[in-house]
Design a protein. Sequence first.
Length: 208
Amino acid sequence: MEIAVKTLFVSMNPQLRSKEIPSWSNLACSHRGCLSLKMGREACEISARSNHKLFAESPAVSQVNLGFENDVSPRSAASDNTSDTRELKMRVDVSGAKTQVLFDDIFSKLVAAAQPIPGFRRVKGGKTPDVPKDVLLHVLGPSKVYKKAIQKIINYAVAEIVEEEGLKVTNNLKIEESYEELEAVFEPGKDFSFNAIVELQQTQANRC
């Protein structure tokens, strides 16, 4: 059954806000060196449209198709399978507009925390003005910035899906790709995709 969900957006330059969403304390990955993530309680809103499909995985490949207007679009191919009927596998696609918003938010916070910037004179208030972004990225360390940005994007995307679809999940969350694989394809302002597996609570798994 397909469900259309519309979200009211307040502005084109959204601010992150706290949302009542589930959190994960455990995350596993099928590759060594994957991100060690903890699900956050923040999500952000931005005007965009697309559809997504979630497939409840079981030996019989039971499929549940859901759709709503949002720029986070999980899809699962028919060949995708998990060994546990309680697991829900999602192919998550995040729009370039959203990756840019979340990257900029993380970058700004890291810059603020790093003040003062070595080699640049501070002004009144203790901040360093007009430092080129590429210089700031070099000072902070690109890998550090990208890792935190990727973590935030995954946190946002999965939390948004869980909340919008009313899923009841456990604390177990798996990301199939390694961090190195995610970093290799991540670029702020470009679409970003990953594969996630959430574990449904037993009562909901029985209905799938």
